[in-house]
Design a protein around this ligand. Structure first.
Ligand code: NDP
Length: 502
């Protein structure tokens, strides 16, 4: 490295964030901050400097946390009225809103994301808790015609109740730490479940701060437990634990398979939000003033460390060259730097190891003779900075087009055809199916093509347009189940059918 690292690259952090970093970070179990059995440190990926040490747990601490969650489920939380549960979630949203600077800055310095993105995700987290606090009172069953053999004899009533699944284990990745925690936590609490959460060892800080806010908001002890620790130890123990009724996981497809195996013991419910390799199709009549920045950000948003990232670009020959010039200019103009700097558009990758993996893909593509349209280098400075990189001349058989790189790497394939079935066949030639987008001015082309793309979330003239109330999840090996919106809540509810002879 050419220069030595300066804390936060010389950017200021709020005094509340500074104080937080200096505190002791334990495990939240049964409403108390308890000692862990190990300790790790977390680093600022923009500088490589240590931010804080945090305590970790393994199977024993997970077991304590699951028991605390069970006690809370069978105790005060389970007995609470829906009005009380709504009010507590509403209070949590207000406490988080009041602490938005802390939550935002922690995700910036721990994960590396630019401040403008972290600010948005914190605001979305508050919105999501408000959304699910409102949903508590709308949890409803149905009345159904009673079974024929009973109705033949007597008047009867059949109805359903929606009941909480029970204790939920939630395993959170590092790429959008607070957001992924909240999109799991909020529907679980709204449904009446209790939670044991394991954040990623790469980004423990914002979820630890959230733990304090949960206590401050008055949510009863043991309802939310937070156990940091290694995935293979704490994460595995949580996924295996017989006292956990549901496991919700976001992360790699490889780890998702381990979660499924681990869940077999007690056949706990499993929801998985896994990887992606999302197609972006740019048709000849696309509005390039929208498509150029849109396609660039489909790949480069969050440094490409984004499960929805649109990294396989199918550019029609009619607009291919103009699109390439535009996205290359956009990529070249992106300011790389510390996320705390308001001008930063792209921050660092999460770790040196992950950067090596991403650079491995780039170097291999260069060695294979692909054309580098933009970027292609790691910055010679402290931290894990990789230039926004674009390769043209790709085809769907290459690793660049098939594997989830999880970095700022766009692979572009020129297409000559207008046949929507042929284009969809290319887009669907992947084991994944999380997201995708279509860029065209023609309404008929747009809707016919999105219908043909096999993915859980497809956008027209925008990419990754997720929202609190919009279901999100994957086809194929991108996952099981849906998060966000009503379906996110349904994932934490069981349905009980009741029939009464009257
Ligand atoms: P992982 O899937 O391994 O990690 C995600 C979460 O799972 C972390 O909290 C991790 O803990 C935990 N975990 C790891 N192993 C186990 C296990 N055996 N049992 C239970 N939990 C476990 O992702 P990585 O961080 O290793 O990233 C590798 C690749 O995964 C990325 O390059 C990217 O392609 C993909 N990924 C996809 C994400 C998405 O949003 N779909 C998010 C993150 C990564 P810990 O961090 O403590 O090890």
């Amino acid at each position: 490295m050419s220069a030595s690292a300066i804390p936060f690259d010389g950017n200021a952090i709020a005094s509340v964030t500074q104080c937080f970093l200096g505190e002791t970070h334990r495990l939240l179990i049964g409403g108390e901050w308890v000692e862990g059995s190990g300790e790790l440190e977390t680093r600022d990926p923009a500088t490589g400097l240590v931010l804080a040490k945090f305590q970790t747990g393994g199977a024993a601490e997970i077991d304590r946390a699951v028991k605390a969650a069970r006690t809370a489920f069978e105790g005060p939380w389970g007995r609470m009225t829906v009005a009380e549960r709504t009010a507590l979630l509403h209070k949590l949203a207000r406490v988080m809103d009041a602490n938005a600077t802390l939550l935002t800055e922690l995700d910036v310095i721990d994960n590396g994301m630019p401040r403008f993105i972290a600010g948005l995700t914190t605001a979305n987290c508050v919105e999501m808790i408000d959304y699910y606090s409102g949903a508590v009172m709308r949890i409803e069953g149905t009345t159904i015609a009673p079974p024929r053999h009973i109705a033949a004899e007597t008047e009867a009533l059949t109805y359903t109740l929606r009941e909480p699944v029970g204790v939920a284990g939630q395993i959170v990745p590092w790429n959008v730490p607070l957001s992924t925690a909240i999109l799991k936590l909020a529907p679980a609490l709204a449904a009446g479940c209790t939670v044991v959460m394991k954040p990623s060892e790469e980004t423990p800080l914002s979820v630890l701060a959230l733990g304090r806010m949960i206590l401050e908001s008055g949510i009863p002890t043991g309802v939310v437990n937070i156990v940091n620790g290694l995935g293979a130890e704490a994460g595995q123990a949580l996924a295996e634990h017989p006292g956990v009724d549901k496991i919700s996981f976001t992360g790699s497809t490889a780890t998702g398979r381990k979660i499924v195996q681990a869940a077999l013991g007690n056949l706990k419910k499993v929801s998985l939000e896994l990887g992606g390799k999302s197609p972006v199709v740019v048709m000849p009549d696309a509005d390039l003033s929208l498509a150029i920045p849109g396609v660039a950000m489909a790949t480069f948003f969050l440094q490409g460390q984004n499960c929805m990232a649109g990294t396989r670009i199918f550019a029609h020959a009619a607009i291919h060259d103009e699109l390439m010039d535009g996205v290359a200019a956009f990529a070249g103009g992106m300011k790389l730097g510390h996320g705390l700097d308001f001008a930063t558009m792209q921050g660092p990758l999460i770790s040196a190891a992950h950067t090596a993996k991403v650079m491995g893909y780039i170097d291999r593509a260069k060695a294979d003779g692909l054309t580098v349209v933009a970027g292609g280098e790691q910055l010679d400075r402290p931290g894990n900075f990789v230039q926004p990189t674009i390769f043209s001349g790709c085809d769907n058989s290459m690793p660049l087009m098939r594997e989830e790189i999880f970095g700022p790497v766009m692979a572009v394939q020129k297409i000559e055809t207008d046949d929507l079935d042929a284009i969809a066949a290319l887009a669907n030639d992947t084991p994944y199916g999380l997201s995708g987008s279509v860029w065209t001015r023609d309404l008929s082309t747009a809707h016919r093509l999105v219908k043909r793309i096999r993915a859980g979330h497809v956008s027209i003239n925008c990419h990754g347009a997720v929202g609190t109330n919009i279901p999100f999840g994957g086809y194929g090996q991108s996952g099981w189940g849906r998060e966000f919106g009503q379906e996110g809540l349904d994932g934490y509810l069981e349905t009980k059918a009741i029939t009464a002879r009257l």
